[in-house]
Design a protein around this ligand. Structure first.
Ligand SMILES: C[S@@+](CC[C@H](N)C(=O)[O-])C[C@H]1O[C@@H](n2cnc3c(N)ncnc32)[C@H](O)[C@@H]1O
Length: 313
């Protein structure tokens, strides 16, 4: 299958323009005919987590949707409403895919995440924030912005590159020591756990696989963490710092009051064995849970990174 967009640049440093000219995903549009994208292992983690969410009837926001693989899956599983957003504008490709696959989602693109609230006023039952965090130079702000679209009682799936460490720290990608292209901060699993709680997200589960990188002594991984949006900070009782009322400082990023909801808590059911719960703060200990269980392995590696015509998960 040919690209339907003329490539504007071959320079990977101009990533946004690059993706307007190339397919990101391999999507089956006709039997056996795939768009000329790439195999992205990370999306398999997000898909694994998504299996555990009862998507039918939910309102969903897919942040960083590219050509819409996740949104297509949400549509196939009967989501009531889907908003697919990306700062990279690719309307021709997305229109083509939506029409070919009869997927129903509302596509918004071409502006930064910081302006999404100007365009989308509603809050959602499910927010997918997959493959975006480590691209942001201000990831904690990005996480709070993503959280600002999720009602309390809803589920967030966050997927990112991370460092398998229990030291609470974000590693900077100086000299591209982890990855090339526009990637800035790689959180340790412990830092991600803490930042999620800071954003009133209780980690429920973990999917991961290890990745090679040039960074000496630091084990890189991809990780997806399904979280429940809660009204209070799910912190250890001894941690008085995290529960300080800092919310005024972030009022331009999030308004906690509008996230209250009477709707039922979205269910989440995992089959993962060996998750380690945190005694007083609730939810799982992300680092301990990850090292206590095997990597998430695709049973059908090719079809788990591509999207086949019949795939619902
Ligand atoms: C690796 S792709 C992930 C695509 C998809 N969500 C997935 O998991 O397969 C990275 C996505 O992050 C988005 N992105 C990168 N930097 C961003 C930023 N600073 N603000 C908002 N989105 C950003 C890109 O537009 C792109 O959609």
């Amino acid at each position: 299958m040919q690209n339907i967009i003329t490539p504007k640049t071959e320079d990977p440093r101009q990533q946004d323009l690059y993706w307007q000219g190339h397919w990101y995903y391999s999507l089956e549009l006709e039997p056996g005919e795939f768009t000329p994208g790439f195999d992205h292992g990370n999306v398999f983690l997000t898909r694994s987590a998504l299996k555990n969410v009862p998507v039918a009837g939910l309102s969903c926001l897919d942040i960083g949707c590219m050509e819409g693989l996740i949104s297509i899956l949400l549509s196939r599983r009967g989501a009531a409403r889907i908003v697919a957003y990306d700062r990279i504008p690719q309307p021709e490709k997305v229109d083509y895919v939506r029409q070919k696959l009869r997927a129903e989602f509302d596509y918004r693109s071409g502006f930064p995440l910081s302006r999404l609230a100007d365009k989308v006023s509603e809050i959602f039952d499910l927010v997918v924030f997959s493959g975006v965090y480590y691209h942001m130079f201000d990831p904690l702000a990005g996480l709070l912005r993503a959280r600002s679209f999720l009602r309390n009682g809803g589920i967030m799936l966050i997927e990112t590159a991370a460092v398998m460490s229990d030291e609470v720290c974000n590693y900077f990608n100086s000299s591209g020591r982890f990855y090339a292209w526009q990637n800035y901060w790689f959180p340790s699993l412990a830092a991600l756990d803490y930042q999620l709680r800071f954003c009133r997200l209780k980690p429920l589960d973990v999917f991961y696989f290890k990745q090679e990188s040039k960074a000496q002594g630091l084990q890189l991984c991809r990780v997806c963490i399904p979280c429940l949006a809660v009204s209070d900070v799910p912190a250890d009782l001894s941690d008085t710092w995290i529960a300080d009322d800092y919310s005024g400082d972030f009022s331009e990023l999030i308004d906690w009051t509008r996230l209250q909801s009477d709707r039922l808590t979205v269910g989440y059911q995992t089959k993962n064995q060996g998750l380690i719960m945190r005694a007083d703060s609730g939810g799982i200990d992300v680092y301990q849970s990850a090292i206590n269980q095997p990597q998430t392995i695709a049973s059908d590696p090719l079809n788990n990174v591509r999207l086949t015509l019949s795939a619902k998960y």
